[in-house]
Design a protein around this ligand. Structure first.
Ligand SMILES: Cc1ncc(COP(=O)(O)O)c(C=O)c1O
Length: 392
């Protein structure tokens, strides 16, 4: 009887995905703060600024006018049209609003995209290091994430050659690319991205492009996969450039023949995306000047960090092209990024994310710093890290 009761409470095997370690770092930082410590937060990848004032005003007005009901499953038509216009304005691409699907953050987009594109057991290539939920969501859905090592020669992006080498070992059904990428902040230039997409598609590998950090590019302009192939599925979000993490709102650009499948999935899984967030998101596009000012703040933070960290002792890091991350090699101090991050938090009160969150192979040698906070905090963090490393 006892055993049966236990079985009833056992989680499924597919739910056995690793936790997102950055959340554990946040919890440890919060515990220190509860004891009165002043912790500098460079761990979690979210902007310190609020959503654009235009978005906040639109949401307040909507609340005052009463009913917040369901919307069309694929999103409010005027928001889908506004997103399509964004592609014309930003990338000079005429996009049919019928291809735009509004999602619950890009996280909601991944579930829909993976379900719409892949069968259980199919293999999907990911660059290593990379954003951990790609592999964990794929695993939970019964697909096989295939990590492919990257190197400095490809700016830590997946190369066409590496992809094909893996495909020859055992066929791949899909590929997720991200530029700018998390945790590295590196970007692929138009040629590299175009070569990778063409190679993948020629081999029958479906491409998903995570463009959540578009708009936050400093080294050169990011190109959308939507301009490179009508068959690529693009995922984006209001979380980063538009500072709307908690609103949980994003979008996809879906190849036209797949839109009905995505609509059926979203209709069943979620009915529709939160209405208030959709209203705010549409108005967010009118707040671009405010968001450009926020972006300039990141550029200043990037300068402080790329100049300050080497003086503090961390002088080996990957190119810092876009997003708001710097991925630093800590191997001259430690080969255990989890322990190193813990000590840095406990002793210097600076929170950063251990590389093992992003890279199960070499992540023990890296720390990710997020520079989406205030310049004063980034400056203070560099000072504290320098003093702490000098004491060790
Ligand atoms: C690369 C990347 N993709 C997707 C997400 C998910 O963002 P959201 O669901 O808030 O759109 C994140 C969040 O940090 C990310 O770094």
């Amino acid at each position: 009887m006892l055993d049966v009761a236990k079985l009833l409470l056992m989680p499924s095997k597919r739910s056995d995905v690793p936790p997102f370690i950055v959340m554990d770092v946040m919890a440890a930082a919060a515990a220190l703060e509860a004891q009165g410590a002043h912790v500098l937060h460079l761990e979690v990848g979210q902007p310190a600024a609020p959503a654009p004032a235009t978005a906040l005003r639109a949401a307040k007005a909507a609340l005052e006018h009463g009913r917040i009901g369901y919307t069309e499953t694929l999103g409010i038509p005027s928001l889908r049209a506004r997103i399509a216009r964004h592609y014309a304005d930003t990338y000079d691409l005429a996009l049919d609003p019928a291809r735009v699907v509004v999602t619950t953050g890009s996280s909601g987009g991944f579930i829909l995209a993976f379900l719409a594109l892949f069968e259980p057991g199919e293999r999907v290539a990911l660059a290593n290091p990379g954003y951990p939920p790609y592999r964990h969501i794929l695993t939970a859905l019964g697909c096989e994430p295939v990590l492919i090592e990257t190197s400095a020669e490809t700016r830590w992006a997946l190369s066409a050659n590496a992809l094909i080498a893996e495909h020859r070992k055992k066929p791949l059904a899909g590929l997720v690319v991200a530029s700018p990428a998390n945790p590295t902040g590196t970007m692929m230039d138009a040629d590299a991205l175009s070569r990778l997409i063409a190679t993948a598609e020629d081999a029958g590998i479906r491409v998903i492009s995570d463009e959540i950090y578009h708009g936050l590019d400093y080294a050169f302009r990011a190109v959308t996969a939507a301009t490179l192939s009508p068959r690529a599925l693009v995922i984006n979000s209001f979380s980063k450039y538009f500072c709307m993490t908690g609103w949980r709102i994003g979008w996809m650009v879906v190849p036209e023949p797949l839109t009905r499948a995505v609509e059926r999935l979203q209709g069943n899984l979620a009915i529709s995306v939160p209405t208030l967030a959709q209203i705010a998101a549409e108005a967010a596009f009118d707040g671009r000047d405010e968001m450009e000012a926020v972006k300039h703040g990141y550029e200043e933070n990037r300068r402080i960090l790329t100049q300050g960290l080497p003086r503090a002792g961390l002088d080996k890091f990957l190119p810092v092209d876009g997003a708001f991350y710097l991925y630093a090699d800590i191997s001259k101090f430690s080969d255990d990024s989890l322990a190193f991050a813990k000590r840095m938090l406990d002793e210097a009160h600076v929170a950063a994310t251990p590389g093992i969150d992003f890279d199960p192979v070499n992540g023990h040698n890296f720390l990710r710093f997020c520079y989406a906070g205030s310049a004063a905090d980034i400056r203070a963090a560099v000072e504290r890290i320098g003093a702490w490393l000098a004491r060790r």
